[in-house]
Design a protein around this ligand. Structure first.
Ligand code: APR
Ligand code: ZN
Length: 247
């Protein structure tokens, strides 16, 4: 296993990058850190909201107990995002979709910054903070078109309560999203794992599936993770500084 010093991209990785046709990139909160989006973990801290750890306020149980509180939390996260822009890591990944004939971007992020950077067909494993879904008829809505008169917006189709179209702790991933990502992981030659602590499953199994299928696995993270020992190359640093170095 090779460990990159700072931002040195090895000759081997450059060759793999130059020759690859099928590439999969899995991203987490860290890819948006340089845009100003707070990560959930990393640096030994976890996010707390009004005295509640984020995985409590962002849980299926809280949705049952207190839907207005869940909306308040996601409205707060969304307001944080309003003024934030994609960073060079998002821009590099968006460029890669033109470079590789079979390119797949799988993200755990709900912030929409990959799409804002021009990425298309992003597999959003955890949904999107910009969407809401009807608890009754399942209709999806663009949050920007909704009114929040009493804290919980109503479905424009059937009038029932809407919930954030985000995967909460204790919930299954959106139908088909994980399966699609796993299928792409089984056939990719090169797999980048960028800015994730790889602790949340099943998303964290994607690089394991790719590695087991013979892919060359590259991690980009300023910290080591549980996946680092499985990787062919670990680039310890910030995604916004490292990804553009590849091209
Ligand atoms: N570049 C690359 N990686 C970074 C950067 C950066 N500039 N800054 C921080 N990181 C790394 C951290 O070291 C950490 O390993 O990004 C990782 C962020 O980890 P988490 O906060 O745990 O985020 P993520 O892995 O995406 O969490 C998975 O958990 O909270 C739920 O649903 C939520 O999708 C999220 C899931
Ligand atoms: Zn409805």
């Amino acid at each position: 296993m090779q460990t990159g010093l700072g931002h040195v991209i090895s000759k081997e990785l450059r060759e793999k990058f130059a020759q690859a046709k099928s590439v999969l990139v899995l991203t987490g909160a860290g890819v948006s850190a340089e845009s100003g989006v707070p990560t959930f973990r990393g640096g030994g801290n976890t996010v707390v909201w009004k005295g509640m750890p984020f995985d409590v306020i962002s849980s299926a149980g809280m949705l049952e107990r207190d839907l207005p509180a869940v909306w308040e939390w996601f409205n707060y996260r969304r307001n944080l995002l309003e003024s934030l822009k994609p960073n060079p890591a998002h821009v590099a990944v968006a460029r890669w979709q033109e470079r590789f004939s079979d390119f797949n971007l799988v993200t755990q992020n709900i912030d929409g910054l990959h799409q804002a950077a021009g990425s298309r067909d992003v597999i959003e494993l955890h949904g999107s903070i910009w969407r809401a879904r009807c608890l009754d008829c399942g209709t999806r809505h663009d949050v920007r078109e909704l009114k929040f008169d009493d804290g919980v917006p109503a479905c424009l189709k059937c009038g029932s309560y809407l919930r954030p179209d985000v995967i909460l702790f204790g919930e299954m991933l959106p139908m088909g999203a994980f399966e699609a990502a796993a299928k792409k992981a089984e056939s990719c030659e090169l797999c980048f794992v960028v800015g994730t602590s790889v602790v949340v499953y099943p998303a964290a199994s994607i690089p394991e599936i790719a590695r087991a299928a013979g892919a060359y696995l590259v991690e980009v993270n300023p910290e080591r993770t549980a996946l680092s020992d499985l990787c062919d190359q670990v680039l310890m640093g910030r995604a916004g500084e490292i990804l553009p170095l590849l091209g």
